[in-house]
Design a protein around this ligand. Sequence first.
Ligand code: ADP
Ligand code: ADP
Length: 240
Amino acid sequence: DAIFTGENISKYYSTVNGRKALRVLHQVSIEIKRGEFIGIVGESGCGKSTLAKTLLGLEKPDNGRVLFHDIDIAFLSLSQQREFRRKVQLVFQSPMETFSPRMKIGTVLKEPLCNFGIKNRKELPEAVNEALQKMLLPESYQHKYPHELSGGELQRVSIARCLEIQPEVIIYDEPTSALDTVIQKQILKDILHIHKENKLTSIFISHDIALIRHISDRIIVMYRGCIVEILRGCDLLTKA
Ligand code: ADP
Ligand code: ADP
């Protein structure tokens, strides 16, 4: 019951002078099952973000392919592309970069609901309140601007924004590495909670295995563009 399958994915970037190709992903194959909580770990620069972008269809692999529900994402029809963009969501490391500084939180939360035609104009205010409640944020925050919220609160807003449109998969790219340790733990707890409550498939990228080993069903360990090890729940208790 695979939701995402990466088959033999390789990806190269050309260097500044354009002569050498930098190998970023090398024959990466993964199968992610529905409902799994997957960790992807490895040192900075090993290709984690590039793998995530490839799964999202934001980067095209030079070799290999990505299947979402057994369909090659390179060959989706226009309506399938739209579905795919709704079903697979990304949460970035720095929410400040995600949100426009001039856009109030309420507007941030209305946008995807309008874009995907999920709620009509009349239903929007209630939907925004619900989205805030779900991530334990006060309703009054819809009138605030991003700079008025803390990093942890902003990350909650980005997660709320994903949840509104009922995705199947959320990919988190180092969502807590810009936050202090206490907030980091809280957000992690929330992420695990919404994973279970919404029957999501979650992919959590981190350079810190200690952070995610308790919450992951499997951890994919990367080194220089390759998957070097896959740890399962039981290995994690003994090895990590
Ligand atoms: P991206 O995945 O967006 O390319 P990086 O993985 O390069 O980002 O780094 C994400 C953040 O985590 C950066 O702010 C970086 O300083 C920090 N970081 C990366 N690796 C480590 C590490 N081993 N120890 C501490 N901080 C790290
Ligand atoms: P990680 O997320 O593990 O930190 P990344 O996937 O961000 O790793 O990057 C892997 C490697 O690819 C790094 O050496 C990075 O500098 C390089 N890289 C990432 N994106 C690009 C790009 N658009 N052009 C050229 N090189 C890139």
